[in-house]
Design a protein around this ligand. Structure first.
Ligand code: ADP
Length: 578
């Protein structure tokens, strides 16, 4: 029931179309159900006049009605297909839209727990399977239900006794075919598993053929193969036998109802029980109309199974935890004071990574965060960006807890330059102005100059409007500069920088360092430093270990202290310094 409720929400906007399509399906099936009766009447008129004269006028009338029924039935079925495929595409579009919106609002911890491939397949493949299954099978189910009920009603009206004959013989036929299928299934299964075993054996022997020969085990290998091959031949023979035997039996059981209708109908006719040739002719057609909807209904219900399975996956994503929604108020005049007040956090329940972290960062300060891998440096930044929320304690920006600031507002005043550089399909300009599209050309050119990208841009005929393509082969350093320019143009109050460890040549490293210095100048910045040489000019250095700050101070103070920082520093620079 819950499943249908979930889907109902998506179908609701297209109620009209779906209802019209279903009405078309119902009316189309009704047309089909009426045809055998016409044929029956025609047969009766012909038999009545076979020894005298056939009433051609009446036959003509029936023929016209029959043709009309076929044509109208066809048009109605076509319309049903037309409406339903339109509905399916709209459903598909809406679902993708909803999922795309949802992805923007998913909590990062939920995304952490899933693979990208899984999310991708839910938003594309699963949605297609879902909407196709619903749109194609809804119509089939509706028309077959009507066809089936209509057919039973028409048969009952025409001859209750023959109706019973049709139902009984169809049931008997289905039972026999069902039993046969059940008996033969294990043979088919064994045959394919035997084939699997023989394949695995050939693979094993082929891949180890040198060993087999070296140990003179060819005869052993052949013996084993003969055994497997013999078993496969036997099970193949059994399954072939069953399948060749089953086909005629299935046809026979399918035809059982026709035979029964003809025999019982002829008997009743001879007994003068009100059965005519026409009745028998009509019933022969009803037999088909009666059995095919049952098979189609079973098929449609089984076709819906994958839809149910993917529906669960789609709605699991749609109903997943979201980031808390706070109204955006627009932050202005942010000075960039950041305070961590006894922050505790763990990604998983029961696991604490940051144990009571406190620190105050004055506006414009350059803070370096250093520490061994796994110390919690990225975690601290994740908390500051509000990608995760602390379990307890506060992080404040200009005296206001960030949990009271909307993500949109917070991110509008924060800039981030990550190790994993990211450029998207588009021009160099698109990539730089990214979230600040209304930037002036003047400022844009200034940023190009400050990052040294002006030299790169000049080498292309289209300048900054050159599309970034795979053929361009931007170097790691150039991509890094583009991401620095992107942050610079945004002019954030607080900057987070995860320094690249990727090796670039010394000259590029100097250019990047120069651009970073310009970017961090005068704004609160948190630099996760991997090369400690680059943070000598930091106002304050947080040395982290196992989620705690173990030392704070500037470069010289920390070196003098001779603690973890100096240990890390000298281990990196021992050779160079000496
Ligand atoms: P650093 O940046 O100093 O190398 P991190 O902040 O990335 O360290 O990691 C700190 C600890 O948190 C590590 O033990 C790491 O395994 C764990 N961790 C990091 N990210 C996640 C995550 N998404 N889910 C669970 N644990 C995580």
């Amino acid at each position: 029931m819950r499943k249908f409720k979930q889907v109902a929400g998506f179908i609701a906007p297209y109620k009209g179309i779906v209802i019209i399509a279903l009405i078309c399906a119902v009316l189309g099936s009704l047309m089909n159900v009426l045809i055998p009766r016409q044929i029956g009447q025609m047969a009766d008129i012909i038999t009545a006049g076979i020894n005298t004269t056939i009433d051609l006028g009446a036959i003509k009338k029936i023929a016209i009605i029959s043709v009309l029924l076929v044509v109208i039935g066809f048009i109605l079925n076509y319309l049903m297909g037309f409406w339903l495929s339109g509905f399916s595409q709209s459903l598909l579009r809406d679902m993708r839209m909803k999922l795309s919106d949802k992805l923007d609002r998913l909590s990062i911890s939920y995304i952490d727990g899933m693979s990208t491939g899984d999310i991708l397949s839910r938003t594309t493949n699963d949605v297609t399977v879902f909407s196709k299954a619903y749109s194609t099978n809804l119509g089939t189910i509706a028309s077959n239900l009507v066809l089936f009920t209509g057919c039973v009603v028409m048969m009952l009206v025409t001859s209750p006794i023959l109706t019973l004959v049709v139902i009984a013989s169809t049931i008997a036929g289905s039972i026999v075919s069902g039993l046969l299928a059940k008996v033969s299934r294990p043979y088919f299964k064994t045959s394919s598993s035997q084939l699997g075993r023989i394949n695995a054996y050939i693979d094993e022997v082929l891949s180890g053929h040198l060993i087999v020969r070296a140990f003179n085990c060819e005869a052993e290998a052949r013996k084993e193969f003969e055994k497997l091959n013999g078993e496969l031949a036997v099970s193949d023979w059994k399954s072939q036998f069953f399948s060749s035997f089953m086909h005629p039996v299935m046809t026979f059981t399918g035809n059982l109802a026709y035979v029964a209708v003809c025999i019982v109908g002829a008997y009743l006719m001879m007994q003068g029980k009100g059965i005519t040739i026409g009745t028998i002719a009509a019933f022969i057609l009803y037999v088909k109309q009666f059995s095919s909807p049952i098979a189609s209904l079973a098929q449609s219900v089984s076709n819906l199974q994958p839809a149910f399975a993917v529906q669960e996956r789609i709605f699991e994503l749609l109903e997943a935890d979201e980031i808390r929604n706070i109204d955006s108020i627009g932050l202005t005049d942010v000075k960039g004071e950041v305070v961590f007040d006894n922050v505790r956090f763990g990604y998983l329940p029961g696991q604490t990574i940051i144990h009571g972290f406190s620190a105050k960062v004055e506006p414009g300060m350059k803070v370096a965060i250093v520490g061994p891998t796994g110390a919690g440096k990225s975690t601290l930044v994740n908390l500051l960006m509000k990608f995760y929320e602390p379990d307890s304690g506060y992080i404040m920006l200009d005296g206001r807890p960030i949990e009271e600031i909307s993500d949109e507002d917070l991110h509008s005043v924060m800039g981030m330059v990550l190790q994993e550089t990211w450029v998207f399909d588009g021009t160099i300009r698109d990539n730089i102005v990214y979230s600040t599209p209304d930037v002036s050309d003047e400022r844009f050119n200034e940023v190009l100059k400050e990052t040294g990208l002006d030299n790169l841009v000049e080498t292309y005929p289209d300048g900054a409007d050159t599309e970034i393509s795979e053929k361009m082969e931007l170097s790691a350093g150039q991509v890094q500069l583009i991401t620095i320019a992107r942050a610079m143009i945004k002019d954030p109050a607080v900057l987070i920088l995860d320094e690249a460890t990727s090796s670039v040549d010394t000259r590029t490293e100097m250019i990047i360092q120069g651009a970073i210095d310009k970017l961090t100048a005068g704004r609160t910045s948190f630099v996760i430093a991997h090369r400690l040489s680059t943070i000598r000019n930091a106002d304050i250095i947080f040395v982290m270990k196992d989620g705690d700050i173990v030392e704070t101070g500037n470069h010289n103070e920390l070196l003098q202290k001779g603690g973890l920082y100096s240990e890390l520093y000298y281990s990196q620079f021992a050779d160079k310094e000496s």
